[in-house]
Design a protein around this ligand. Structure first.
Ligand code: BES
Ligand code: MN
Ligand code: ZN
Length: 520
């Protein structure tokens, strides 16, 4: 990840490759946002006019690059759009700052050092700029060729592997200007932003890692190594332990694959914690659909089906790194859903960890099966609340699109708390109902329940299925992140193409609220 420093230097005197300035949409054209005054002075007070001449309006995400004038130490001035200017002297919306900083950082890929002269005078703005820049600078380079074998010694020759390596390297150093670098609250805000960004980027890396390298066993090993680094307790149930424990859901989904399933328990505890939060993540490292095979066109991105588990993993590590006064236990239900001679057949009946039986009508509705076992197990420890996170249904994408996740719960106040936490974190979400009448669609003639119901409201049907495996009296919420977990179109704001790290910041915010006694 890019390095982060706070500096009280002026935007004009900072030695860097580039300096970023904010430009907002004013009533009469673009206006330079606070923090950019020294740059505007270097332009003789005409920066807004120069930008307007170049066609800039201050619209969200708009990037304009200018050669730096005399009196500015950096080579390049990058103006980034903030959208509508706030009324009067009001502060900028943190999410607008986060997105602008992200778009600017991405546009500076390949450069070494950039100063961010965006509005960052108060802690919330400062945190947003730090987070946005570190998240926007992300790029997944693990699988890029290091050397172009055909390049004959020239690193820049030829396209493809290795040829454009430097231009794609993330911006190495982010310096946020206008902050009080020695102020305790400012330092703390920047440190929190750094942890959040690092953990969101951890989740993105895992999601982007292809399924031939990330499978249940290698995922569990990654958790073990992070647990060691951050002093967390980890326990991994392998296929033998799962069989001994009666985890019929996880085993039933994983039995078709050469890569056997795992259930990982990762726990962070604080000696002064008053509450315990359990987080459960869907970790299907590849979802082929199983015997109910997905058609071509629907399986190319299915390495992303472990995004829930990645978010839970990253959120537990973040809670530990931030030293939150709350216990957080993560449960990762890891399996690879493959068709084979040993796979579960449509029509098979599984006996779940809870003892309930499930008729598997569609092996592509596998997420709810692994989650059901993990939810039942998580509830045994009597946490104050359980939250599961899953790329669960295509239906939720149809309902809410690609940027918003759905929030369902068995408790209205808790659903509101989760939704509010997401909003505070800058993650779009929306409350969804769990209408009881949809339950009868999952009635099975031979088992306690089927894993499929009515097609209409498929996201809610999946939620109702999960609800059956949450212990009576346990407060529970379900996040269906199928839409926003993986960005198949172009990057925007601080969101890259591919894995987005969706839900990490929401879970951390929820844990902070639980630590403060605000929820559950
Ligand atoms: N992993 C998919 C859901 C999904 C689809 C996530 C697209 C991300 C992008 C899930 O396992 C699935 O296949 N769900 C089925 C359920 C159906 C068979 C009841 C679906 O939504 O079609
Ligand atoms: Mn599926
Ligand atoms: Zn799936």
């Amino acid at each position: 990840m890019s390095a982060l420093t706070l500096s009280s230097s002026s935007a004009a005197t900072l030695r860097a490759d580039a300096v970023v300035v904010g430009v907002a949409k004013g009533p009469d054209g673009p206006v330079v946002a606070p923090g950019g005054e020294p740059l505007d002075q270097a332009f003789g007070g005409s920066l807004a006019g120069v930008l307007e001449t170049l066609g800039a309006s201050g619209g969200e995400g708009e990037v304009t690059k200018l050669p730096a004038p005399d009196g500015v130490k950096a080579d390049l001035v990058l103006a980034v759009g903030l959208g509508d200017a706030p009324e009067g002297d009001g502060p900028y919306d943190p999410e607008a700052l986060r997105r602008a900083a992200g778009a600017a950082a991405r546009a500076l890929a390949g450069r070494k050092k950039a100063g961010f002269a965006l509005p960052a005078g108060d802690e919330a703005s400062l945190a947003a700029v730090c987070e946005g820049a570190l998240l926007g600078a992300y790029s997944f380079t693990e699988y890029r060729g290091k050397e172009d074998k055909n390049a004959k010694g020239s690193k820049s020759a030829g396209k493809g592997k290795g040829g454009d390596g430097d231009r794609n390297a993330p911006l190495a150093e982010v310096t946020v200007l206008g902050a009080k670098a020695r102020d305790k609250a400012h330092k703390a805000a920047a440190e929190r932003a750094e942890v959040l960004a690092a953990e969101v980027n951890r989740a993105r890396d895992l999601v982007n890692t292809p399924s031939n390298d990330l499978f249940p066993k290698s995922f569990a090993a990654a958790v073990q190594s992070a647990a060691k680094e951050h002093g967390l307790t980890v326990e991994v149930l392998d296929e033998k332990a799962l069989a001994k424990g009666g985890y019929g859901g996880i085993l039933g989904v994983g039995q078709g694959s050469a890569n056997p399933p795992r259930l990982v328990r990762l726990s962070y505890t604080h000696s002064k914690a008053k509450k315990t939060l359990a987080l459960v993540g869907k970790g299907i490292t590849y979802d082929s659909g199983g015997i109910s095979l997905k058609p071509a066109g629907h399986n190319e991105t299915m390495k992303c089906d472990m995004s829930g588990a990645a978010a839970v993993f990253a959120a537990v590590v973040a809670a530990a790194r931030l030293g939150l006064r709350v216990n957080v236990t993560g449960w990762l239900a890891l399996a690879e859903n493959m068709p084979s001679g040993t796979a579960t057949r449509p029509g098979d009946v599984l006996t779940m960890y809870s003892g309930k039986t499930v008729e598997v009508l569609n092996t592509d509705a596998e997420g709810r099966l692994v989650l059901a076992d993990a939810l039942t197990r998580a509830c045994e420890e009597k946490p104050d609340a359980v939250v599961d996170v899953a790329t669960l249904t295509g239906a939720m994408m149809l309902a809410l699109g690609n940027r918003t996740f759905g929030v369902m719960a068995n408790d209205d106040a808790f659903r509101t708390a989760v939704h509010d936490s997401a909003t505070e974190a800058g993650e779009p979400s929306w409350p969804m109902p769990l209408p009881g009448h949809l339950r009868k669609g999952m009635d099975s003639p031979i088992a306690d329940i089927a894993n499929m119901g009515e097609r209409m409201g498929g996201g809610l049907v999946a939620g109702l299925f999960l609800k059956e495996f949450v212990a009576e009296g346990t407060t529970w919420a379900h996040l269906d992140i199928a839409g926003p977990a993986f960005n198949e179109s172009g990057p925007f704001g601080y969101t890259p193409k591919g894995g987005t790290g969706c839900a990490v910041r929401t879970l951390v915010r929820l844990a902070e609220r639980a630590a403060a006694g605000d929820v559950v």
